[in-house]
Design a protein around this ligand. Structure first.
Ligand SMILES: *Cc1c(COP(=O)(O)O)cnc(C)c1O
Length: 442
């Protein structure tokens, strides 16, 4: 790790110690999480090894029983994956981070580390389709029920939904695909008042735009597949622990009582800095196995090295395309977080930059056939399911990512039948505008 604000004890020297300034976000994007020593590779190496060698059985025993940290098997940790985890952790300002096989695996890991059968979840309706089905269908089969709320409903109406067995509140920084920016203050207050953690999926904002721990979130999740990768090469995710939640408040006995699968370790007692993350890694990465592959960690780490250069351009291109589309006679409506009043207010309050990220949605005037023709005519933009790529892509959510929803659920998630979702890439903006213009004219 490069020299960050880490406090070394200066007491033993008589030479005045110059306090090193913490490194800036942009420097951490490039150098955070990996600090090679003399003669070691300058670039985070791909350690394509499942296995690690030891000299004595006592050391292995200490690792296996959580008495010492160390790699034992790449399902629970790997040096390349650890490099990526360390960098992301610095960028988010977290206590600890675990990388996962996908964004879905990240949300599953974060949630299952907290709830068990009989527990209840409160989640914003404005969610990624896969997260919605995880909560609304799959977790239900395991006895975990979710109540969905409109993220823009009044605080007292959301609070009414909290039950004695509610164990977490879940939302996305930028709801997908409604693109509403989360009202962090409101949800953080409800979570705090009821002693439950507030989980935020930060995939579409990234730490460059928003650091949810500064706004009351306790756990941040990622689909690293999106802007962290940035080039549509790999699927992966991460869970970051803010280290700012009291797991010993009485509602979460799994954190405070001995874990028989680790010789009776009690996580809050043994790991006060980050009981959440250690438990997630030790229990659920071990048992569910949704770990990140070293090669993908290498690619995500490379992606982070340009995050601070790519994110501004995604936002600038999206804003320019949004302004063009808003004036276009064939466009029925347009939604971009940087353009409406609430979006602007929340960007000013919660985002690190005046930038609405790279996603926009709009309605094409006409029927489903018009939508079909428009999509077919695009040349620079392509029809893709993926988002947050260097290349511009479009999608028709009602017939694809959200095809499993009924009409009422679609409406609640902010999706209309004419909606086109655009993931605005890093191309020349004039080429994008020309492309959308000719496709709309067709
Ligand atoms: C894509 C996405 C996910 C799921 O991530 P995968 O890496 O595809 O599993 C979760 N949340 C959000 C906001 C996403 O955009």
């Amino acid at each position: 790790m490069p020299k960050t604000a880490a406090k070394k004890s200066p007491a033993k020297t008589t030479v005045p110690v110059v306090q090193e300034a913490p490194l800036a976000f942009d420097t951490l994007c490039i150098q955070g999480g990996y600090d090679p020593k003399f003669g070691e590779p300058r670039i985070l190496p791909i350690i394509q090894s499942t296995t690690y060698k030891y000299d004595d059985i006592d050391h292995v025993n200490r690792i296996m029983t959580l008495q010492a940290f160390g790699h034992k098997y790449s399902r629970t940790s790997n040096p390349t994956v650890a490099g990526f985890e360390g960098r992301l952790n610095l960028l988010e300002g977290g206590a600890a981070t675990v990388a996962t096989a996908s964004g879905q695996a990240a949300n599953l890991l974060a949630i299952s580390n907290i709830v068990k059968s009989g527990d209840h979840i409160l989640a914003a309706t404005q969610l990624y389709g896969g997260t919605f089905t995880l909560l609304n269908a799959t977790l239900k089969k395991f006895g975990v029920n979710t109540t969905f709320f409109d993220a823009d409903a009044a605080a007292r109406d959301i609070e009414k939904l909290v039950r004695p067995e509610t164990r977490l509140i879940f939302g996305e920084t930028i709801g997908n695909p409604g693109l509403s920016i989360l009202d962090f203050d409101k949800l953080a207050r409800i979570a705090q008042k009821h002693g439950i953690p507030f989980i935020v999926d930060n995939s579409l904002a990234t730490a460059w735009l928003c650091q949810p721990f500064k706004h009351g979130a306790n756990i941040v999740t990622y689909s690293a597949t999106k802007y962290i990768d940035g080039h549509a090469t790999s699927v992966g995710g991460a869970v970051i622990d803010g280290g700012n939640f009291d797991w010993a408040n009485g509602k979460f006995p799994d954190f405070t009582t001995p874990d028989p699968t680790y010789n009776g370790v009690a996580y809050t007692e043994k790991f006060p800095q980050s009981p959440f993350l250690i438990k997630a890694r030790a229990q659920f990465l071990r048992d569910f196995g949704g770990c990140l592959a070293p090669l993908n960690a290498f690619l995500f780490n490379l992606g982070l090295e340009t995050l601070h250069l790519r994110m501004p351009r995604h936002g600038e291109n999206a804003l320019a395309l949004a302004k063009f589309l808003a004036r276009h006679p064939k466009v029925a409506w347009l939604n971009y977080p940087g353009l409406d009043a609430t979006g602007k207010k929340r960007i000013a309050r919660y985002f690190r930059h005046k930038n609405g990220s790279g996603m926009l949605t709009f309605g094409v005037k006409g029927d489903l056939d018009t939508v079909r023709r428009f999509v077919k005519k695009l040349k620079v933009a392509a029809l893709v399911v993926h988002v947050a790529d260097a290349r511009t892509g479009v999608l028709h959510p009602a017939s694809s990512t959200h095809a499993q929803m009924n009409e009422a659920q679609l409406r609640a998630a902010g999706i209309s039948p004419d909606m086109i979702r655009v993931t605005v890439g890093l191309e020349d903006i004039n080429d994008l505008i020309t492309d959308f213009d000719q496709a709309l004219a067709a």
